[in-house]
Structure formats: C-alpha cells, structure tokens
Design a protein around this ligand. Structure first.
Ligand SMILES: Nc1nc2c(c(=O)[nH]1)N[C@H]1C(S)=C(S)[C@@H](COP(=O)(O)O)O[C@H]1N2
Ligand SMILES: [Mo]
Length: 545
C-alpha cells in the first residue's frame, strides 16, 4: 500500500518536474538555440529503430488520423511533436516513480541520490543530443546547460521525496493521529506548491518561447527573401499555362496549383532543418577534375535557370491521400553544373547529403537522360521555404519524394553505389512514381439540368509522374467504364484534373476511376500497399444522394 503510494507520488513529482524542465528547454531553445532535448531523443529513437518498425509506427499514426478524418499533410508533424513531448514526459514520470520507490526501500543520502538520479538521466540524453541534435549552440555551453538542468531536476526530486516522506513510519506507535493528519496536510500543501511552481515555469517557458519562435519565423522569412535578393524568373503569378482551358475542375476537386502553405511536408526529423543562406556554399567534390564551391549567387547568376510546374508525391501516400502537391520549381539543370565540375570518366553516381542527416544517390545516367533534373532554389517564384528544403533541393522527374533530398549540404561524385536513407530502411530503390487516379468529389450541390437530364459533376486528379495521362475513365456501381474529360495539365510533370458529368440517380453509389499513361499503359488496378514501392489500385468514393 505504502509502496504504491510512493510510486504514484513519485510519478506525480516526476511529471511536474519534467513539465517544468521542458518549459525551460523550450525557452532556451528559442533564445539561444540550445537543444530541444525531447525532439532529439525522438529523432534518435526513430533513427536507430529498424526500418519496418518505423514504417509500422508511421502507418499506425496515419491510419489513426484517417480514422479521425484529420488531414495527414497538415497534422503528421504536429502529431510527431506531441509524441516526442509525451515520450519525454513519460521518461520523467517513470524516473520519478522509480526514484521514489527505490528511496523508500534503501536508505540513500538525499542530495547525493538526487545528483546521481539527475546524472543517470541527463548524461545519455546529453550524449544523444550532442551527437545528432540540430542545435547550433557551442557544445560546452550545451553540456553545462543540460547538466545543470538535469542535476537540478534530480535534486528537486530528492528534495520533494524528503518533503513528502513522513518523518517516521506511519504505523509507529509514537505517531498520533493528529501528527499524521498534520503531516498529510503538509504533504498536500507541498504538492500544491510544487504544482504551482512547476506550472509557472512550464507556462512561462512555453509562452515566451512561442513568442520568440514567431518573431524568429518572421525574421527568417524576410531573410530568405533578401538572400535571394532579385526576383526569381518566371513568376507563376502570370496566368497559368492552361488558363484558357474550358474544362474546369468539378467543384470540390483539390486545387490544381497547391498554395505553398498547403504543400505537404515530409522530413525525417521532428522539426525542419534550418540552414543559414548567408555564407552558404555547396561543395561538389569526389571524382571531378574541377571541384566546385557554389554560393547561392553563383548558382543563380552563372547558370541559365529553368522552371517547371511539378507534382511531388510521397511514396507513403495512400490511395486518395493528400501527401501529393503541385507547385512551380525553378533551378539549374544538373547537367550544366556537372559539366562545370568536369566529372571523371569513372564516376557513376552523385551522392547527395543533407543538413538533417538525410542522403541519397542519383545515377549519372539518370542525370544525362533528363535535362530537367535540376538543383532547385525557388518554389512558387520565391526561395524554397525552410520546411521544404531551403536553400537547395533536387528535382528528379518521375521519382517519389523519398529520392529527392532537401536542405542539400554536399554533393560527391562516386564510383560506388550507396543506398539512400529510405532505401536502407526497406523502401524501393528505383521509387518511380506509380500511376494513380483519385475521385476527389461527387458534387451533388453543383448538379444542373441539361436537355431534361440532371447532371452531377464528378472529378479529381490523375498522376503518372512525367509519363503523362492520356485517358481517365469512371464507372458507377461497377457498370461500364465511361470516358472522363481531361483538363490540360499545368505541365507534363504535373497531375491532370479530370471531370465527368454523371446522369443523376437517387440512392447510394460507388464511383471508381482509372487512368492510362500517355503511351496508353494502364494504371495498375490491383491493390497494393504503399510499402515498398508506392500504392496502387482503384480509388473509389461512395456517395448517398
Ligand atoms: N533532407 C531531406 N530531404 C528529404 C526528406 C528528408 O526527410 N530530409 N524527405 C523526403 C521525402 S520522403 C519526401 S516525400 C519529400 C517531401 O518534400 P516536401 O516536404 O517539400 O513536400 O522530401 C524528401 N527529401
Ligand atoms: Mo516521402
């Protein structure tokens, strides 16, 4: 009975102290870029976890969100951040409970045991944070700061135990009922005070940290704009290339051109990687006769730019999912850059590394075969947003996102092949996009009369990388496949919007869609999971009308 009580009390104390610790960490992170330890721990765990386990965990998360009808594109990162914080809290709660339980059994010196507790918890976490964390603060400062915090955490836990521990065993004869009541009172008061103090630290840390984070975001947006001082060419805000097309998207179809803020985001860390644009240089090394160190100005001023409307899809996008978006990419063909670097004849691969520890290999044959494969520095006519890979990312036509590093920090020409980050974790090596088609909408509200018939616009997207779409067909309730109308795409590298006018019939109906590529090859109709090569199958939407 008594031990359970201690476990519970220890858990509460551990939780309260860890909440305060998190508040302090968050504030210091926003102030001085000191490590946000909960994220580092989470990043470390996902990195050392075997590939299938990570995939399982991600799938579980995505399934959960879909079940709750939450947008995966919007919320996956938030969910991860919450999970990272919850994991850190859980560690603190367990540590608190364990400490209280141990102290109730063994006679330990209070202060010494607190310091040991703090060190046991802190040292491994500090090591992980320094090894893989994105903090830019000097390591000595990081060590001093984190060590001080964790030792303080341990001392506070030790002090709390002493304050909450009855002076004598509660069943001892010498303790009268009144004394016991008085001690209970004192304990409750102590817990209330501890709660108030830790809540204050937590709230102040989180609040002030939030304010700092917001002003930092504004500053960064401005800076990104000025590092890329001149307007990048070919703003997409001029009319879209298909502006004159008379086939309009059915109401409820996803936007043909994704607003940047809605572009899906996927990255391996809990938070996006921040790279300073001033002083940035991209080294191109390895099997080259002319190693290059390219600044952003070099890349923009010394090479001819090219721009393409591009649809990018994540390989883990489910049928009909929202991990797929379209925007306008501007950059320099990798062919031009490699010409300058004078690649040696024995080189076969371009190995790309990123600021977040991500890496991927591009075969030189692939670069030679497609001039569009480019080092990208702008999206939507502006420097690439931080979340999407500022300052540089690669575009590889026809590949899923997992093959296309963002936040590029290095390029090396090699003879040997090295597996990329996700390939190492069991995903497809080629990762060529699969042809998919999706029913976005059955727009009953937009029904209209035509020749005495009620027609309902049905519509969505079809996508086949740069292989293009030649045909989309729809069928209702398993009936015959009927041709849909195609809107001309923004480019040959984007999805195609389709539309079908369905003769209205009351009742519940299932709408299915399928597409064929430019050369007539049909999409794979057989259902396959996204792992390892990208989802296939017929997408359907049912509607009760
Ligand atoms: N450096 C780096 N590049 C990366 C990733 C990453 O985690 N780190 N994720 C890849 C994956 S899986 C996808 S789907 C795309 C997503 O790009 P976006 O977030 O700009 O949409 O980036 C790719 N490039
Ligand atoms: Mo992805």
């Amino acid at each position: 009975m008594m031990r359970e009580l201690r476990l519970g009390t220890g858990a509460i104390v551990g939780g309260l102290l860890t909440a305060a610790l998190t508040g302090a960490l968050y504030l210091a992170n926003k102030l001085l870029d000191l490590p946000l330890v909960p994220y580092d721990l989470f990043d470390w765990i996902t990195r050392v976890m075997p590939g299938p386990m990570i995939t399982f965990a991600i799938d579980l998360m995505i399934d959960g969100m879909r079940l709750l009808d939450i947008s995966v594109a919007d919320s996956a990162k938030t969910a991860e951040q919450i999970a990272a914080m919850a994991q850190f809290m859980a560690i603190g709660i367990i540590a608190g409970a364990a400490y209280f339980a141990i102290r109730s059994r063994l006679r330990l010196a209070s202060r010494a045991s607190g310091l040991v507790l703090g060190a046991l918890l802190g040292l491994p976490i500090i090591a992980i944070s320094i090894a893989i964390g994105p903090s830019t603060a000097p390591p000595t400062l990081v060590i001093i700061w984190l060590l001080a915090l964790f030792l303080a955490w341990g001392l506070a836990a030790a002090y709390s135990y002493a304050a909450l521990e009855p002076a004598a065993p509660p069943d001892a004869v010498s303790v009268g009922a009144e004394t016991r009541a008085a001690t209970a009172m004192g304990r409750r008061q102590f817990l209330v005070r501890l709660g108030a103090a830790t809540a204050t630290v937590t709230v102040v840390g989180a609040g002030v940290g939030q304010l700092l984070a917001r002003s930092e975001q504004r500053r960064r947006d401005n800076e990104a704009d000025t590092t890329m001082a001149h307007e990048t060419q070919g703003s997409p805000r001029s009319p879209f290339p298909n502006a004159g097309d008379s086939t309009m998207p059915a109401p409820g179809t996803r936007p043909e051109y994704t607003p940047i803020k809605d572009h899906y985001k996927v990255f391996i860390r809990v938070s996006p990687t921040v790279i300073d644009g001033t002083g940035y240089v991209l080294p191109i090394t390895g099997l080259v006769d002319n190693p290059l160190m390219l600044s952003l100005d070099d890349i923009r001023d010394n090479y001819e730019s090219q721009s393409h409307y591009v649809t990018l899809s994540c390989i883990s996008n489910r049928l009909g999912g929202d991990l797929i978006s379209t925007t306008y990419w501007t950059g320099v063909s990798m062919q031009r850059i490699l010409e300058d670097a004078q690649v040696r004849s024995n080189a076969r691969y371009l190995y790309i590394t990123s600021g977040d520890g991500f890496y991927e290999t591009v075969p030189l044959d692939e670069i030679a075969a497609d001039e569009r494969l480019m080092l990208t520095y702008a999206w939507d006519g502006h420097p690439i947003p931080v979340d999407h890979g500022f300052p540089l990312r690669i575009w590889r036509p026809d590949r899923y996102g997992m093959k296309q590093p963002k936040w590029i920090t290095g390029m090396e020409l090699t003879e040997e092949y090295r597996e990329g980050y996700w390939v190492e974790r069991g995903w497809d090596e080629l990762a060529q996009v699969k042809t998919v088609s999706v029913v976005d909408t059955v727009a009953v509200d937009a029904a209209y009369e035509n020749d005495g018939q009620t027609l309902v616009p049905v519509g969505g997207i079809a996508y086949a990388g740069v292989r293009g779409i030649s045909k989309v067909e729809v069928r209702v309730d398993g009936g015959p496949w009927m041709p849909a109308e195609l809107r001309s795409p923004l480019s040959e590298a984007t999805w195609v919007i389709w539309r079908y006018e369905w003769p209205f019939q009351a009742g519940r109906h299932v709408f299915q869609v399928r597409a064929a590529e430019r050369d007539g090859a049909p999409q794979i109709e057989e259902f396959r999971e996204n792992r390892p090569s990208g989802a296939t199958g017929l997408h359907s939407k049912s509607a009760s009308i």
